[in-house]
Design a protein around this ligand. Structure first.
Ligand code: NAD
Length: 451
């Protein structure tokens, strides 16, 4: 493990936490926001939303809980539905704003913006982010930062050239539960000992393609202008090559990002298998099932990481499990899930509980009828009681990452997922699709991770 890199990370995050007083989860009523909107205060930030579909709305809802965020523009090509819906919501919150279909017109007309939040489909990210950075705006751009490394590289370079901020939407990087596990449990208390293995998954139930009543259709000319062949493709862009990257990119990138973060290392190689086994290949060009094995080389030795994403069954949901010779940490963005187990051979963890690193298990150790204590190798529900995290996450999942972005604009923090880190994750994740295609193990050169 690269000690220097870890130390730098910890310093950066400690700095962030000491300045995280702003935006403490206060839910603002429309009337409170109305008062803020009258005049721009020094700490207020004028924001545009570019792409207001499912995720754009999630981000908007989280932003509405953060003081000092003033939405000035909404840009979305779907005028009959998403654009209308979000504009109506902003009016309810007395956020005076203009609406646009084309981002170029928005950048041309809006001269008082500080930042833009981009939640368009992946294949638009590079063009949108680069144009906004060049227009002098700070950018929060959803993952995957781009479908191609060439474009992702240009995004990193443009952020550097313009001196503007580019935060990539891997929101777990700002989640206090994840930060605690990384800083305190893994690197400070070293509860896992030597990490040898990682196991992560995002299993999702089978679901039909997205569809909408005909009255909401976008005309063919507009669809074509913005890169979509049909309404079906517009609504289901994730499954199409050239538009999205499939589930391994859509879902896996969040978690594979955590593998590298917690290990302080990028992968050395990956092998993967997958395919479109369940859905119609004509409309699901990307694989619905992917299983990948990464190999990492850390200062402590080799780590092998298995990752699976399936879209036909939701068993187990989504989580990442880090396994070391002294313990196991299972963590998920889903708040209810974090399991921490001590290996039977590890030194006692009572001291960790006394010093506050861990909360003691809620239940007493379970014993078999024979009197033998159930150990970590047993599976639920007979498994041992789990230690608990002493930190909570009581905000919407994306709020801390957005707060980190806005606080950095205000000069009070540093980005938790700057473009360079987003790029490293894109390199690690996009290679999985290549490995499936090649049907063999692919190596990473360390130079590949530099934008
Ligand atoms: N961080 C997360 O947890 C998370 C979760 C879901 C989605 N995402 C990301 O958010 C992004 C959007 O995903 P989504 O699920 O909201 O998709 P979506 O299809 O629901 O929404 C996309 C929106 O962008 C609009 N749009 C498309 N092309 C446009 C263009 N050229 N100009 C302006 N508007 C355009 C569409 O009309 C639509 O309203 C994707 O990059 C996705 O990977 C991130």
């Amino acid at each position: 493990m690269n000690e220097q890199r870890i130390k730098k990370e910890i310093d950066r995050r400690s700095f962030l936490r000491s300045t995280a007083a702003v935006g403490a989860g206060l839910v603002l009523s429309p009337s409170v926001f109305g008062q803020t909107a009258k005049g721009k205060k020094a700490d207020d930030i004028n924001v545009a939303l570019l792409g207001v579909g499912a995720q754009g709305q999630v981000l908007l809802d989280a932003c509405l809980k953060i003081p000092g965020i003033r939405f000035k523009a909404v840009c979305d090509i779907w005028t009959t539905y998403n654009q209308k819906r979000v504009s109506r919501l902003l009016k309810k919150y007395r956020q005076e704003h203009n609406v646009y279909v084309d981002y170029r017109e928005m950048l041309d007309k809006e001269k008082n913006l500080d930042a833009v939040i981009i939640a368009t489909p992946d294949f638009w990210h590079a063009e949108h982010a680069i144009a906004c950075l060049k227009a002098g705006l700070n950018v929060y751009c959803e993952k995957e930062m781009s479908n191609t490394l060439e474009s992702a590289k240009k995004m990193v370079q443009t952020a550097k050239q313009t001196g503007k901020l580019l935060q990539i939407g891997h929101q777990r990087r700002s989640n206090p539960r994840y930060i605690y596990c990384y800083e305190k449990l893994i690197n400070e208390a070293k509860i896992l000992g030597r990490i040898t293995t990682i196991n992560g998954q995002w299993n999702r139930a089978a679901r039909p393609d997205r569809d909408m009543p005909v009255k909401y259709d976008i005309d063919q000319q507009t669809l074509a202008k913005y890169g979509f062949k049909s309404m079906h493709q517009f609504l289901n862009w994730r499954w199409y090559k050239g538009l999205g990257g499939g589930p391994i990119v859509d879902l896996g990138s969040h978690q594979i990002d955590i593998f590298s973060w917690f290990l302080g290392a990028n992968p050395k190689s990956v092998m993967a298998g997958g395919g479109t086994d369940y859905y119609d290949k004509k409309t699901h060009e990307w694989y619905d099932t992917v299983q990948a094995i990464y190999e990492y080389e850390t200062a402590q030795g080799t780590v092998r990481a298995f990752y699976q994403t399936i879209t036909t069954n939701s068993n187990g949901g989504y989580y990442e499990t880090f396994m070391g010779d002294q313990g196991t940490l299972k963590i998920s963005e889903s708040v209810s899930r974090s399991d921490i187990y001590r290996e039977p051979s590890a030194p006692d963890w009572d001291k960790l509980v006394e010093t506050g690193y861990l909360k003691a298990p809620a239940k007493k150790a379970i014993t078999h009828q024979t009197g033998a204590v159930v150990d970590v190798r047993e599976t639920a529900p007979a498994g041992p009681p789990s230690y608990m995290l002493p930190v909570k996450m009581d905000k919407p999942y994306h709020q801390p990452h957005l707060e980190n972005f806005f606080d950095t604009i205000r000069g009070k923090a540093k980005l938790n997922c700057p473009a360079e880190i987003g790029y490293e994750t894109a390199v690690a994740v996009l290679k999985v699709n290549e490995a499936v295609e090649a049907a063999r193990r692919l190596d990473f050169a360390s130079s590949e991770f530099k934008a």
